[in-house]
Design a protein around this ligand. Structure first.
Ligand code: ADP
Length: 181
């Protein structure tokens, strides 16, 4: 018996065509605010998967700059160019949201340094729901330094964030800062 056929016997019998027909991926995150890095992941994923559901996660233990509705509105206007991308709000566990919607692929983007955290998160989600498969898309070099937290910081000091977020997000950040100062 060849090594290949022996290792095949050891594999669990997962149906190979489980995802072959219509593949929907959920892309969850805080998106506080949505950045060009997020949009790049969405754009590339929309060419790979049949449908992408961007999930705006609301965690009551986290403090946000934009509330859930504002993040939803911003993201909805940014994904308009892609007909197979929708946006949803989730105030509970993302894995529960996905189960309810019948989605089993969870998409995350990774920059340098994100892997350990993302790996742990995917293990946690697998524990919570073994049917969930996490897939990662690596960032593109020009977006690799973009971080929502950095953008808020730079924006609050009046720095130039135009290469990191869309013009509408820049406007929304300025507006928000005016209101809280
Ligand atoms: P979180 O759920 O950790 O709050 P974010 O809203 O910051 O996540 O981001 C959502 C997803 O997008 C995460 O998988 C994150 O790693 C990824 N991401 C964030 N910024 C970028 C970027 N510049 N390039 C690629 N992926 C990114």
């Amino acid at each position: 018996m060849s090594l290949t056929s022996r290792s095949c016997i050891a594999l669990d019998p997962v149906p190979v065509n489980k995802y072959a027909f219509f593949v929907i991926a959920a892309f969850p995150g805080s998106f506080d605010p949505p950045t060009l890095g997020h949009i790049n992941i969405i754009q590339r994923a929309s060419a790979i998967f049949d449908e992408i559901c961007v999930v705006i996660a609301e965690n009551h233990l986290k403090k946000y700059f934009f509330n859930a509705e504002e993040r939803f509105e911003l993201m909805s206007s940014l994904v308009k160019p892609w007909k197979n991308v929708s946006v949803a709000l989730c105030r509970g566990l993302v894995v529960d949201f996905m189960k309810e919607k019948g989605i089993s692929l969870l998409l995350r983007g990774i920059r340098e340094g994100d892997f350990s955290y993302e790996f742990e998160l995917s293990m946690m989600n697998k524990q919570l729901n073994p049917d969930i498969e996490t897939v990662f898309l690596t960032t593109e070099p020009k977006y690799s330094f973009i971080r929502s937290s950095t953008i808020k910081e730079i924006g609050s000091f009046g720095g130039d964030i135009s290469l990191m977020v869309s013009p509408e997000v820049t406007r929304a950040i300025k507006e928000k800062l005016k209101n809280i100062q």
